[in-house]
Design a protein around this ligand. Structure first.
Ligand code: 4AD
Ligand code: MG
Length: 466
């Protein structure tokens, strides 16, 4: 079997027969139990949700060494791979050699016991990858990132790296983190007392990007089909289970796509990702289903097997108004739907994912293609059970005059977006795209309830310790 770092991975061993051969494993102790005749150590190396059982005869080892092998300690074990007598695992290792790499003092190691709350684990996020839950979540997160690149690569899309530092506010929502090298105790000012960004590092005001879309469009107007996949940053002070200040977004942008094509891509994309998870992450998903969400697997299969509903915003509002439901935010045409409304449509009314299109222009970004009614734009949001909005996208306004008029109406200075407007000046084309929130996808696939639990190091208001 293949060695990595002088050991066989536990995931690979657990898939083999009891050969009786000598093997070496390395990992972190989950539990140790037993008596003076035999000790059982459950060892995990992160390659799988399952532990391998080490069977140790205490008489053959130094007593001090065995005493130090406690939960959290890191060890190497060498021994024969044999069929397991106990239930729960097919094979185990009869240990002949033990080496202790690192102890974990039982008095102070925070993951001493099982069954810590997710809230507690967030406070020790730097250690939580050592738990079953976060091992599973992080392996699924990796698998989904891989599946995303695989999906687009097979379709011939180009992965475009858009900048993280930018001067633009793509969504026009103003929720940006400024990037500066100014000494904050001594910020240069202009004559009229404003901050003088001309003296800053980039010679202008810059921020962390809220979306790679605008630059993505520049790529699509040359390469036809691109996608971005990178971190995005929003300084929105919303402490909800669905918002992060730093999250990852996947943004395909496609020349010659109309809204209909965009919807077809979004539906196929998300179904293929969920299918990939079901096919490749079965052990981890089964674990999370057992621990947190019994309906998880059915929900995943349901999404793969059923067509999404496609519906006009106006019809959606109609359904909500006739629902007889009491919503915290009252419903009328023009309302920026809240997750309570989105989830009503998806979970109560249609019982299926919904793609809502043609939103009022007032509640959507400046770049969306304007419909002939003068009121709505060719927006599309994909709404999911338990999540609400998982994808936001649109056909883009490719007409220079209409786009300029909208920018002026919204008071966006043309000097900030002249380069974007140039794409409409030189070889403009119909095009569309969308953004999938990576962590929202992971919420859906893992069944976790809080977005802080699907990213290794969550960034939320007042939280950036590690
Ligand atoms: O709807 P949004 O704001 O759309 C855009 O940024 C467009 N530029 C996308 C495009 O057309 N290329 O964000 C897209 C998705 C949302 O549907 C949601 O899944 C996720 O990004 N999202 C967040 N996820 C976590 N935390 C936040 N604060 C999020 N804000 C948006
Ligand atoms: Mg949105």
């Amino acid at each position: 079997m293949e060695l990595s770092g002088g050991r066989t991975k536990i995931g690979a061993l657990l898939k083999t027969e009891a050969t009786g051969e000598e093997v070496t494993v390395k990992g972190w102790v989950r539990t140790k139990r037993g008596n003076k005749n035999v000790a059982f150590i459950a060892l995990n190396d992160g390659s799988t949700i399952h532990n391998i059982q080490l069977v140790v005869a205490p008489a053959q080892f130094d007593e001090e060494l065995l005493k130090q092998i406690t939960t959290g300690a890191c060890v190497r074990a060498t021994g024969r791979l044999v069929e397991s007598m106990g239930s729960g695992q097919p094979v185990e290792i009869q240990v002949t050699e033990l080496e202790l790499y690192g102890t974990a003092d039982p008095e102070s190691y925070p993951l001493q016991k099982k069954g810590h709350s997710l809230e507690f684990l967030r406070e020790i996020a730097y250690l939580r990858p050592r738990t079953n839950t976060f091992g599973a979540v992080l392996r699924i997160r990796h698998a989904m990132a891989y599946a995303i690149h695989k999906y687009f690569n097979e379709k011939g899309y180009v992965y475009l790296h858009t900048p993280i530092i930018t001067g633009s506010d793509a969504e026009g929502a103003g929720q940006m983190f400024t990037v500066t090298t100014f000494d904050l105790d001594n910020v240069p000012q202009t004559e009229n007392g404003a901050v003088d960004f001309s003296q800053d590092f980039f010679g202008k005001h810059t921020n962390l990007t809220v979306s790679g879309q605008l630059e993505g469009e520049l790529g699509a107007m040359a390469l036809s089909e691109i996608y971005t996949f990178g971190p995005t940053f929003r300084a929105e002070n919303s402490n909800t289970p669905r918002h992060l200040a730093e999250f990852w977004m996947i943004e395909p942008e496609i020349a010659f796509f109309e809204l209909e094509d965009n919807m077809n891509l979004a539906e196929d994309f998300i179904k293929s990702l969920v299918r990939y998870a079901l096919d490749h992450c079965a052990d981890d998903i089964a674990f999370l289903a057992k621990m947190y969400d019994e309906e998880l697997i059915d929900r995943l299969k349901f999404v793969v097997d059923n067509d999404f509903v496609r519906l006009d915003y106006t019809e959606g509002i109609d359904i909500l108004m006739k629902s007889g439901q009491k919503f915290e935010f009252p419903v009328s045409w023009g309302l920026d739907l809240q997750s309570e409304h989105e989830r009503y449509l998806v979970e109560q009314h249609f019982k299926k994912p919904v793609i809502l299109i043609n939103y009022p222009k007032e509640i959507k970004a400046f770049y969306m293609k304007q419909n002939d009614d003068g009121k709505t734009v060719r927006a599309m949001d994909v709404l999911f059970p338990k999540i609400g909005e998982i994808i936001g996208g649109s056909q883009r306004e490719e007409n220079l005059a209409k786009l300029t008029a909208r920018i002026n109406e919204l008071g966006i200075p043309e000097k900030d977006v002249w380069w974007y407007l140039d794409t409409r000046r030189f070889g403009t084309a119909p095009h569309s795209g969308f953004g999938l929130g990576f962590e929202r996808l992971l919420l859906f696939v893992t069944g976790m309830a809080n977005i802080r639990d699907v990213i290794p190091f969550p960034r939320t208001p007042k939280n950036a310790e590690f």
